[in-house]
Design a binder for this molecule. Structure first.
Ligand code: BG6
Length: 523
């Protein structure tokens, strides 16, 4: 069984949404399953003034809310929580000031002393991206990134990561410091490059964990197993596949994230990363092995082959939308422009539909339709592989027609599983064909819970496994494509927003885009 060694994780932006909604519940589950050591250290770093006790209380409430627990009512949950609580610390500070980082130096050293070893340091950047640069600069200048023994450490992080700290006064073995960095990774190709340069000043590639939680989703990871452990791979190409649809549809809006979402938009928020992660797994070649290097290389290879869009392509193959007021589940919903911290004449997109091509021999001329939106009528993330219809001499007379006979639908969430649609003979004296579904569902096939992606992210970073983390090259490839879309949009006349109602399936232009090709969106 996996057992992690003692570590310290400093979470920058610890009072934000991500820590409460994802990281703390993930730590709770990992502790519950016995993966974490008795002693580990989580240091919340944020602007607001809290005592350690207040921070602990806040985190407890977050865990109770997300996991729907009443910790005091269950002695088992209480025991787990106590184990986590004793390991939680808080450092108040502004990201741009040096003194709070200086305060971290003795605090982190005290953890090394207490455990009697040089424990691995994780710096988790869970702040708005505008803070990344200053945090990295301060980590570098205070030498916190150098790991154990600092400020006594005499060699630079780059030279010493993962090696014995021979000159270390405490005589501990130096561990690799690691930085975990949340998306969005820059706002365009240029910003992403600048950020990479800055990261490279302080950290080696093996110390950098770029998070795209879709890469770590169980159902996304299963795409590799489904394709490459099965014979279906033999028909996974342009000879048999007509087109692919990838959809991330959400009925939720932007919540309290108006400030973050303005100037971000759906294209940068989820297409550049999550949809591209699903695309990569769907379209990549088979890696030589499961190692981080081989799988990441293959993901990048295919992302690199996405054809950038010309201005004309953008005009016909990149639809954007923004929701107006509407009704979802019988409840009246405000339009995007009425959301908190959103400009009343915002031109930010909350919906995107794209048609793109991958220029390699496997996928030449096979369209990939990508679609995502907020405040849509349904919540689902799905990949639909539409196979070409078979030209059957035998069944010609039965008028199979234009409807797609064979579709493999990979349900990323909810109702996780895979459906295969095919023609079957409907019972009776004559041969009448109907499409039917064959279904695999995680909930019935396995008696195990699906692991949350953040649990996987935390465990893998602790085990120094970078397989499910994005790479600089991959992000640069996707940014190049995204930037071509943005430049096309910039040359167009300003969009007339809102152009779809909350609770609908998105703008009519998105339907028109796919229907022009004689196809329809799958729901
Ligand atoms: C986040 C985006 O990265 O992913 C959100 O910022 C989006 O806008 C979310 O809602 C979707 O992730 P999941 O795991 O809930 O599908």
């Amino acid at each position: 069984m996996i057992k992690v060694s003692p570590f310290v994780m400093v979470i920058f932006g610890a009072t934000g949404d991500l820590t409460s909604r994802k990281l703390m519940p993930a730590l709770f589950h990992l502790t519950q399953q016995g993966y974490l050591p008795d002693r580990f250290f989580i240091v919340g770093f944020a602007r607001r003034n809290f005592t350690k006790e207040q921070f602990r209380q806040m985190m407890k409430e977050a865990v109770e809310k997300v996991l729907r627990l009443k910790i005091k009512d269950s002695s088992q949950d209480l025991k787990i929580w106590k184990q986590i609580e004793n390991n939680l610390y808080y450092q108040q500070g502004y990201f741009e000031e040096k003194s709070p980082y200086d305060n971290l130096i003795p605090l982190l050293s005290s953890f090394d002393k207490e455990t009697g070893s040089c424990i691995t340091r994780f710096f988790y950047l869970a702040t708005p991206p505008s803070n990344y640069s200053i945090i990295l600069k301060n980590l570098e200048e205070t030498e916190l990134a150098e790991g154990c023994g600092s400020p006594f450490a005499s060699t630079s992080a780059k030279a010493s990561a993962g090696e014995k700290a021979s000159g270390d006064k405490q005589g501990f073995t130096r561990k690799w410091t690691r930085v975990l960095i949340e998306k969005p990774f820059g706002k365009d190709l240029n910003e992403a490059k600048n950020l990479e340069e800055q990261l490279a000043k302080t950290f080696e590639e093996r110390q950098i964990y770029r998070i795209d939680h879709y890469l770590a989703k169980e159902t996304v990871r299963n795409i590799l197993a489904f394709r490459f452990a099965n014979t279906v791979e033999a028909i996974w190409n342009r000879d048999f596949i007509d087109h692919v649809q990838i959809t991330l549809s959400e009925s939720s809006g932007i919540g309290n994230r108006g400030k973050f979402y303005e100037g971000m938009g759906a294209l940068k928020d989820v297409v550049q990363n999550h949809l591209m992660a699903m695309l990569a797994y769907t379209a990549m070649e088979e890696p030589l092995s499961m190692t981080a290097q081989h799988t990441r290389d293959k993901r990048v290879e295919v992302l690199d082959k996405i054809r950038c869009m010309t201005e004309e392509d953008v005009l016909s193959n990149a639809v954007r939308g923004q929701y107006g007021a509407g009704i979802i589940n019988g409840k009246s919903i405000d339009g995007y422009r009425q959301e908190k911290n959103v400009s009343p004449d915002s031109l930010n997109e909350t919906f995107v539909a794209l048609k793109l091509y991958i220029d390699n021999s496997r996928w030449q001329d096979v369209p990939f339709y990508l679609r995502t939106g907020k405040r849509l009528n349904q919540d689902f993330t799905k990949i639909d592989i539409f196979f070409k219809n078979r030209d059957s001499r035998l069944f010609k007379q039965f008028q199979i027609g234009n409807q797609a006979a064979n579709i493999i639908s990979i349900r990323i969430q909810p109702k996780e599983g895979i459906t295969f649609r095919f023609f079957a003979k409907s019972p009776g004296f004559t041969y009448d064909l109907s499409t039917v579904n064959m279904d695999f569902s995680y909930s019935t096939a396995f008696k195990k819970e699906i692991i949350d992606s953040y649990e996987k992210i935390l465990i893998d970073s602790m085990m120094a496994d970078q397989t499910l983390f994005a790479t600089a090259k991959g992000f640069s490839a996707t940014w190049e494509f995204i930037t071509s879309v943005i430049s096309g949009w910039e040359k167009q006349t300003l969009p007339v927003f809102p152009n779809y109602k909350a609770g609908s399936t998105g703008p009519v232009e998105a339907d028109a885009m796919i229907e022009r090709d004689g196809r329809k969106w799958m729901f």
